[in-house]
Design a protein around this ligand. Structure first.
Ligand SMILES: C[S@@+](CC[C@H](N)C(=O)[O-])C[C@H]1O[C@@H](n2cnc3c(N)ncnc32)[C@H](O)[C@@H]1O
Length: 224
């Protein structure tokens, strides 16, 4: 049985920081070229395939959702646990649909999404709950649908590092945990959820990034 109690801390923390986050975190157009290139590649793949709407899961203030929309991927949907984040997104992009919801139970029917983007949004999920989340991504995607997952990764084996910051985004109080899993562990969990891993990139700290990050492209096989 899944233990979803961690979601309370995640929701409360992002409700607290939502306005500051929207001010501070730059839009995709101001990302480093490699990160932007990965988003661009995802937009091209899902935009060409057109298998269904593209969900930005853990969309925060919606800047990445809007970027995908501008790239012409077709219908987009932003989903976030934090009502304050969804409020920010709706105010900034009133034309686009944003809903409060969790990646542990996505508010979409089976096999209906052409793409799922999880952009820096899965690292608060305890490793033992990631099979539930990756299973949801797989359930929601149409056969042939594309997942892009990007986020902080660790370099220790096993469950990697755990961070328990008490403040973030200019000193605001937070109570979530960040789990920095090694890239191979994330890749293995995606495979176990039924995905075919098609590409993987690791970016090292420096050049503006404080932490190591990983980007994974994975496809739900046809006929599954
Ligand atoms: C670091 S922010 C990233 C926001 C956005 N993807 C971006 O790149 O600007 C992480 C977001 O993931 C959301 N999140 C974390 N766990 C979630 C879950 N289980 N379901 C939905 N959203 C979640 C948080 O509420 C927060 O808005």
């Amino acid at each position: 049985m899944a233990d979803l109690s961690y979601l309370v801390a995640v929701r409360e923390s992002y409700d607290t920081v939502a306005a500051a986050y929207a001010d501070i975190v730059p839009p995709p157009a101001r990302l480093d070229p490699v990160s932007r290139g990965m988003l661009e590649a995802f937009a091209e793949v899902v935009g060409n395939a057109r298998l269904g709407a593209v969900a930005d899961v853990g969309c925060g203030p919606g800047k990445v959702t809007a970027y995908l929309d501008e790239r012409g991927v077709g219908d987009v949907l932003g989903v976030d646990l934090s009502a304050a984040m969804v409020g920010q997104a709706r105010r900034a992009y009133p034309r686009l649909p944003f809903v409060v919801g969790s990646m542990t139970a996505l508010p979409v029917a089976d096999g209906t999404l052409g793409g799922v983007l999880a952009y820096y949004s899965t690292h608060h999920t305890p490793p033992e709950e990631l099979p539930t989340v990756f299973g949801e991504f797989h359930r929601a995607l149409a056969p042939g649908g594309q997942l892009m997952l990007a986020g902080h990764v660790g370099d220790r084996d096993g469950d990697g590092e755990r961070l328990r910051p008490t403040e973030a985004y200019c000193g605001l109080p937070v109570s979530y945990t960040s789990y920095l899993l090694p890239p191979e562990r994330i890749a293995e969990l995606l495979r176990r959820a039924g995905f075919v891993l098609t590409a993987r990139l690791t970016q090292e700290p420096g050049e503006g990034a404080r932490r190591r990050s990983g980007t994974f492209f994975a496809r739900k096989p046809d006929g599954s």
